[in-house]
Design a binder for this molecule. Structure first.
Ligand SMILES: Nc1ncnc2c1ncn2[C@@H]1O[C@H](COP(=O)(O)OP(=O)(O)O)[C@@H](O)[C@H]1O
Ligand SMILES: [Mg+2]
Length: 422
């Protein structure tokens, strides 16, 4: 097939890498891709979605896969569908599940899906009254997309009110904060569960855990994610079953009733409290770094999974997952997540250990290529991904690979998957 992948991160690289390893040969295009995706296919640069759709038609693109949330919320899927192209991802209407926390919470409430008690409001007084009746900590969330920075967990009522006022006035997040959600704090452990959806049918992938904070032991500021592992032993059949029955099915039914059937990747942010899965939020695309381990864990060809997802045929697919564990360690540049760093050349040692060679790979993210050399240019530069018959084996291999990859200022967390190994 001719396949177009939208995005430029490690997530999109890992989708391309998995497709390039399939038995069937494919031509892969990335828009815009990064300095390493050009080794898997062809990078193109057409930013306007209407022009991109025309290009896709002219070049007989048979499947388009959208990585990040912004183009989904902006309606790239709608434009591709108007052009009779096959595209895997939600419409802009369905992408509101991520684009608006108010919309998402109202859907959860309307269809009786378990979530933290909340109010949504645009009014300061209403927010204050609600806060006055809560116990701390109190969670305050901006409605719109805030690149992972729009959630404040306040330790006092005053802090919660301040956060609410700063959001509502527009001073924290501009327009994205002029509606807010105030909700109760859930005390439990977090999971990422991904369902591949075609509007009616779905396939659930192994649950993963991300590591959001920059420092070991979950310290320091939030990042895009410093590492992930899957499947996590913190999930069991009971939790999967509850998530399917109480969350995925009612959401797909509900979105159909809303006139916005959900096609694409439903990323379910779950807090498990006393063995009960409570929904923190939805995202409408893969998590990055979770994608980088889930793609290689799939035995089912990724292109087939997404194609069937895009053409309402998931009921005809039996999904197969490898009986292995995956661990991904993000290698970031020195100043991440505070500021950018000088470009630095990336050197990968020749890997002689067969065990490492056969059970690891690199997923490239913030890199550029000049004169055939790779340079670290972006916050999260690359991921060292390891596989094995246990989480420990997978982790040890991922870290062994980390030791073979060099660039000035490289920074990693050394405790990825600690939750599963304690
Ligand atoms: N109600 C809550 N109780 C406890 N922790 C929460 C709650 N809501 C969010 N969080 C924490 O804040 C993080 C970010 O919140 P989330 O709703 O996922 O927003 P976003 O990913 O858009 O920033 C979550 O991953 C979780 O760790
Ligand atoms: Mg989140």
């Amino acid at each position: 097939m001719n396949i177009l992948i939208l995005g430029s991160g490690g997530r999109e690289y890992s989708i391309g890498l998995a497709i390039s390893k399939e038995k069937q040969e494919h031509n892969i295009f990335f828009m815009p891709g990064n300095g390493a995706t050009s080794d898997l296919g062809t990078n193109i640069n057409i930013k306007d979605y209407n022009k991109l759709a025309l290009w896709a038609k002219e070049n007989n693109i048979e499947l388009t896969i959208v990585g990040p949330e912004a183009p989904l919320v902006d309606g790239v899927v709608d434009i591709f569908k108007e052009n009779n192209l096959t595209v895997f991802g939600p419409s802009s209407a369905a992408a509101q599940l991520e684009g608006s926390k108010v919309y998402m919470k109202n859907i959860l409430k309307k269809y009786n899906i378990p979530t933290a008690a909340f109010i949504e409001t645009t009014n300061e007084k209403e927010a204050y009254d609600f806060i006055d009746n809560m116990t701390v900590p109190i969670v305050v969330k901006a409605d719109g997309l805030c690149a992972g920075k729009g959630v404040i967990i306040a330790q006092s009522k005053d802090e919660a009110k301040q956060a609410a006022s700063d959001m509502l006035s527009g001073s924290s997040f501009g327009e994205a904060g002029t509606s807010i959600v105030v909700e109760e704090f859930l005390d439990g452990y977090e999971l990422s569960i991904f369902a591949i959806c075609d509007g009616e049918n779905y396939k659930v992938l192994p649950a993963a855990q991300d590591h959001k904070r920059v420092g070991n032991g979950d310290t320091g500021p939030n990042t895009g994610g410093m590492g992930a592992y899957a499947p996590t032993p913190l999930v069991n059949d009971d939790i999967y079953k509850k998530v399917e029955e109480r969350v995925i099915k009612p959401t797909l039914d509900g979105m159909k009733k809303e006139g916005a059937p959900f096609e694409g990747v439903l990323f379910i942010g779950v807090m498990v409290v006393n063995n009960e899965p409570i929904i923190l939020e939805y995202n409408v695309r893969f998590g990055d770094p979770e994608c980088e381990i889930l793609m290689p864990l799939l035995e089912t060809p990724v292109s087939e999974l997404f194609y069937k997802g895009a053409t309402k045929q998931l009921d005809k697919l039996e999904i197969k997952i490898k009986d292995e564990f995956g661990v991904a360690v993000v290698m970031a540049s020195a100043n991440y997540p505070y500021s950018s760093s000088e470009p630095a050349e990336i050197i990968v040692d020749e890997i002689v250990d067969e065990d490492i060679l056969n059970n690891t790979h690199i997923s490239y993210a913030g890199v550029s290529k000049e004169d055939g050399k790779l340079f670290a240019t972006g916050g999260r530069v690359l991921l060292c991904v390891g596989f094995g018959n246990s989480i420990k084996e997978a982790r040890d291999r991922a870290y062994a690979l980390c030791g073979q990859v060099h660039f000035a200022g490289k920074k990693i967390r050394t405790d990825i998957a600690y939750q599963a190994l304690k």
